[in-house]
Write a protein that binds this ligand. Sequence first.
Ligand SMILES: Cc1ncc(COP(=O)(O)O)c(C=O)c1O
Length: 291
Amino acid sequence: MSHSKTYDNEPLTAWVNGRFVPLPEATVHIEDRGFQFADGVYEVIACVNGHFLDLQAHLERLERSCAAIRLDMPMSRSEMQQLVEEIYARNPFRRAMIYIQITRGAGPRAHYPATGMQPTVVLTSRALPQPSSERLAVGYTAITRPDIRWKHCEIKSIALLASIMGKQEAHDAGVDETFWLDDEGHVLEGCSTNAFAVIDGKLVTHPLDHQVLGGITRDLVLRTARNHQITVEERPWRLHEAGLTECMLSSTTNAVMPVCRIDGQPIGDGKPGRIALQLRQMVIAALEADA
Ligand SMILES: Cc1ncc(COP(=O)(O)O)c(C=O)c1O
């Protein structure tokens, strides 16, 4: 199983409910509510040269997601931070992504959760994929679809079926991402990314509400833009607005990537935009400088 090997050909090590185990042996119970109901939440944290990017913001979001589904965090923030450090130390990729998943635990299958259940906690650390320079030169592509997700997209839930269907459609169309549209045609976000446009020279992205996940990278992009005198507007936006010259997406695993064609139409001149590339460069420089 090539996906379970590190660069050393050693199996990856996972954390499952209090134990470090080789990934091929890392299992949870069939009555786990994550498996039965997608009753859980997760986080993905990037790590460059041993430095975790915006770790506190990720742990805060994890706590908010748990609180939103009334799941008591099974450990303190500092204990979770220590676990993140330990899982990374056992899978120390130069560029890594740490995955944390918490479910409500295992119990007899009933929608209403029993009291006193022990939450399931799983962590892994894997290599963080990097886009090739060829890929960066042409940028990403996307399609748009009506948003078929639920009405609590601000929760980082493991219930990702709609996003999987969106990714399947993107794959079938030969593009990288599906951007979800609200009923009025506003671009909300991607299946696993936040979406931005440059309109009249301003960086525009949908405001934080129940229709989008508050991406940690989105925050970093907006902070970076403001620090470099790029005006930011958090407002609903459409693809066909006059003055729209660029699109881009952001996520922990992609940093910032220009999106150059959407629904088969070129955005601007169809090449990675100046502001997208500038933001990508500045965000990556900030991450590496920090590391
Ligand atoms: C729906 C959605 N929006 C946005 C993001 C980007 O969030 P972050 O920058 O915290 O990785 C993700 C990441 O998985 C996501 O699933």
